[in-house]
Design a protein around this ligand. Structure first.
Ligand SMILES: *Cc1c(COP(=O)(O)O)cnc(C)c1O
Length: 378
């Protein structure tokens, strides 16, 4: 670190951005003493998300996106020894719950158009697992960085083989595929409201389903699985996964500004692309006609690992946070012993890609500082 690093204000990759109304929802929780993992803000937040997503969604607000994946897989019937197909190019939270359940992750690589689950490889993997004697119990598909995966293709495979989809929409609230909101495509969908996501409750998540009964089951499991009795009685193992009424208050305020947040992040992407797209060796992830990305993070692909690292270090010197794209799960020490079906695409993305500062609260000056730094390297 040199003295420069200290004097220049930090630019974050993706920082929380409050809308203004959050505090008043929190105050109402205090005023009414609903300081608990239930209450009017929890119901209100769920309603807000349901009316945003449409398609008669039922939403269960939970303590994290990871908890939602855990309960989602459980409700899809995943248990000890079952195999679960999972997009390899993702954050570890997509895959960790497979292990919580004692199930076996089978990692499948991405395709180039969206960087998400490759339909061809997925089908190949399913055929191979069946040939080896076991049909996988679920498919985890991810809209990474907010870019929708190939929904129709994945859906067709899911239906043809009778394997349900858990749709990891943690990074894609506000994204759409064929004008329909992400989070509503899978047999079960999940959202995250972690501090770095497009909207945040500081920490939180949600499970999305079209089946009211599934929502009831999720809430039941998330609140310690209490049987209907005056005393505490339990017939199955429960979890403490419900969202707090305080945090749901933050969520209600954030839902009021969600569309603004999506618009700002999309503008970030446009600004980077306009100012950097003609540079040799830099490429951006474009939307197809079906896809509308919330552009949670703007990512660039460079020509080589060396060029990516040079840009990353230069940004670091300027006190600007950036990050390599997700390291694929099949390359992670904790997961590398599990079966995988790969094509080299996610490994290449990991080697050459970089996430740029993408918060909805970035100023033009901050974007310019980042662009200036990249220009210097190229
Ligand atoms: C953030 C994230 C999760 C987990 O959400 P948490 O709320 O942090 O538990 C899962 N999957 C993906 C792709 C994510 O980015």
């Amino acid at each position: 670190m040199n003295s420069n690093t200290i004097t220049k204000t930090k630019i974050w990759l993706s920082s929380p951005h409050m809308g203004g109304a959050e505090q008043s929802y929190i105050n109402s929780a205090f005023d009414t003493n609903w300081i608990a993992p239930l209450g009017p803000n929890v119901d209100g937040f769920e309603n807000d998300i349901e009316s945003y997503l449409l398609r008669s969604s039922h939403v269960a607000a939970l303590s994290s996106g990871t908890a939602a994946i855990h309960l989602g897989l459980k409700l899809l019937g995943v248990g000890e020894g079952d195999e679960v197909l999972c997009q390899s190019f993702t954050f570890s939270a997509s895959a960790n719950p497979i292990s919580y359940l004692g199930a076996i992750p089978i990692f499948v690589d991405s395709e180039q158009d969206t960087w998400n689950l490759s339909p061809e490889l997925l089908e190949e993997a399913i055929k191979d697992r069946i040939r080896l004697g076991k049909k996988p119990k679920a498919i985890i598909a991810v809209h990474l960085y907010g870019m929708p995966y190939k929904v129709d293709e994945i859906q067709r495979i899911s239906e043809e083989y009778g394997i349900p989809v858990l749709e990891d929409s943690a990074e894609a609230l506000g994204s759409m595929y064929k004008n329909i909101k992400c989070g509503t495509f899978g047999d079960i969908g999940i959202l995250s409201f972690n501090g770095n996501k497009i909207i945040t409750t500081s920490g939180g998540g949600a499970l999305v389903t079209k089946n009211k009964l599934i929502k009831q089951k999720a809430v039941f499991l998330a609140t310690q699985a209490r049987d209907d009795a005056p005393h505490y009685q339990h017939s199955v193992i429960g979890y403490n996964y419900r969202m707090s009424n305080i945090l749901a208050g933050i969520g209600r305020g954030q839902m009021e500004v969600l569309d603004n947040r999506v618009a700002s992040r999309r503008l970030n992407y446009e600004y980077y692309r306009e100012n950097l797209n003609d540079k040799p060796g830099l490429k951006f992830l474009e939307e197809s006609e079906e896809n509308y990305s919330n552009r949670w993070l703007t990512c660039v692909l460079t020509d080589s690992f060396e060029m990516r690292e040079e840009i990353r270090h230069c940004l670091l010197e300027e006190n600007i946070e950036s990050r390599p794209l997700w390291k694929p799960m099949h390359m992670q020490p904790v997961f590398e012993q599990f079966p995988n079906y790969t094509n080299g695409i996610s490994e290449n993305l990991f080697d050459t890609g970089l996430c740029l500062p993408s918060g909805s609260n970035l100023t033009t000056e901050e974007l310019d500082r980042t662009i200036h730094c990249i220009n210097k390297v190229i």
